[in-house]
Ligand binder design. Structure first.
Ligand SMILES: *Cc1c(COP(=O)(O)O)cnc(C)c1O
Length: 417
């Protein structure tokens, strides 16, 4: 199995039809709880001497299949599936934080991640220091003895910046810190941050991993490599290191946050995600191919003021992206500018094929005007500092025939001339 290539592994990893009456995906274990034959067996499950399931909030066999598969695809040692990407981010960070702590985060983050870091964590005495994640000197300058981790996105959403993960991992490790990477936009098809030195990878599985836009979910994947006995973490992590060794971090996430906050994923969503995941490699290939063509097309249209896509020759991080994504492509997301907000609104109103909705990573092409939607409540100067301008549209390029996507964009441009 180890020798299989990615397209094969994304389909076959973890399949055990012999355990599922020959079924080719695990059944949906739609149960809130699991019967135990003896008090000894339930006690062993609670004590961690057996991996048997107890109660859905704690674990579930359908979810465990997907956890093991996603961990394997990212090159991690284990994973915890959560109800959403945000649940994964909240749990992944909280397990490392105490009141008075700080962490350093990239300044181009998914909107809710930014709100969590900038507005919610401070209520608990936690400070996020936001830096340009491609400015390594600024990043180093933001570190302090209270810093607990560095958090970045593989491709910033919607700024489309691509930080150098290997360089960030090196800085993190020189300072005894773990690097957390939100790999939602790249997926393990384009980038496996753990291979580049990252310690923890999180995803919103709602997006490319499921690919159909019909299930929500998140995942936290642990490389199992970070040394939690280092001075900064030793005291906090001791019981977890004693219990689970290299999986101490996941044990802490699970024991302290996942089961007590109740961030469980419904097994039906895990099943839908597993169903979509089978075609991830093929879909990403086409997302990348279509997005590059659409980015080139948009660059040539006179009404389009600018296009931001890591695959375009003028993108400032094209080289890093090329290396980090192994030359396989640059993802399915891009942003572009029209004259002003009014033009963007008229453009959206005139689209026929492209869906206007708040999601990305779907097989369908999706568009949104972030300034007036997700970022509506943000103060003007903050929107500017996050590169959310009134002229910006975000396009998640889908799997349709690329000529149809371009034709739809062109006919809508004709209407806003
Ligand atoms: C969507 C998204 C999230 C949040 O995921 P949900 O499943 O919606 O909670 C986090 N990070 C990125 C990059 C995303 O695109």
């Amino acid at each position: 199995m180890k020798n299989w290539r990615f397209h094969t592994r994304v389909i076959h990893e973890g399949l055990r039809p012999e355990d599922w009456e020959g079924a080719t995906l695990p059944p949906i274990y739609q149960t809130a709880s699991h019967r135990h034959p003896t008090a000894e067996s339930l006690s062993a499950a609670f004590g961690g001497q057996s991996a048997d399931h107890i109660y859905l909030r704690l674990s579930n066999p359908t979810n465990r299949f997907l956890e093991e598969k996603l961990a394997a695809l990212e090159g991690g040692a284990g994973a915890i599936l959560t109800s959403s990407g945000m649940a994964a981010i909240a749990n992944a960070c909280l397990a490392l934080l105490r009141p008075g702590d700080e962490f350093v985060a990239g300044n181009s983050l998914f909107m809710s991640t930014y709100v969590l870091f900038a507005n919610i964590f401070p209520k608990y005495g936690i400070t996020a220091r936001f830096v340009e994640p491609t400015d390594l000197e600024a990043l180093k300058a933001a570190l302090s003895p209270r810093t607990r981790f560095i958090f970045v996105e593989t491709i910033g959403n919607p700024k489309m910046d691509v930080p150098d993960l290997a360089a960030l991992a090196e800085i993190a490790h020189e300072n005894g810190l773990p690097l957390i990477v939100d790999n939602t936009l790249a997926t393990p098809y384009l980038c496996r941050p753990i291979e580049l030195g990252a310690d923890i990878v999180i995803h919103s599985t709602t997006k490319y991993l499921s690919g159909h836009g019909c299930a929500t979910g998140g995942v936290i994947i642990d490389s199992g490599r970070f040394d939690w006995t280092q001075s900064r973490f030793a005291e906090d992590f001791k019981p977890f290191v004693d219990r689970r060794g290299p999986l101490a971090y996941l044990d802490k996430v699970w024991r302290e946050y996942h089961i007590n906050f109740g961030t469980t994923q419904a097994p039906f969503h895990a099943y839908l995600t597993a169903l979509g995941l089978d075609t991830l490699a093929l879909r990403m290939e086409r997302h990348c191919e279509n997005a590059l063509k659409v980015a080139q097309f948009l660059s040539e249209q006179p009404e389009v003021q600018w296009v931001r896509y890591p695959g375009l020759p003028d993108h400032p991080h094209r080289e890093v992206a090329e290396r980090q994504f192994q030359g396989k492509g640059f993802g399915g997301l891009l942003t572009f500018g029209l004259k002003d907000q009014e033009t963007c609104f008229r453009f959206i109103r005139n689209l026929r094929l492209v869906y206007h909705l708040a999601n990305l990573g779907d097989c369908k092409t999706l568009i949104i005007h972030p300034y007036s939607s997700q970022y509506l409540a943000f103060p003007e100067d903050l929107k500017r500092s996050l590169s959310i301008t009134p002229d910006l549209l975000r396009l998640s390029v889908g799997l349709e025939d690329v000529e149809d996507i371009c034709e739809d964009l062109r006919q809508a441009l004709d209407k806003v001339k």
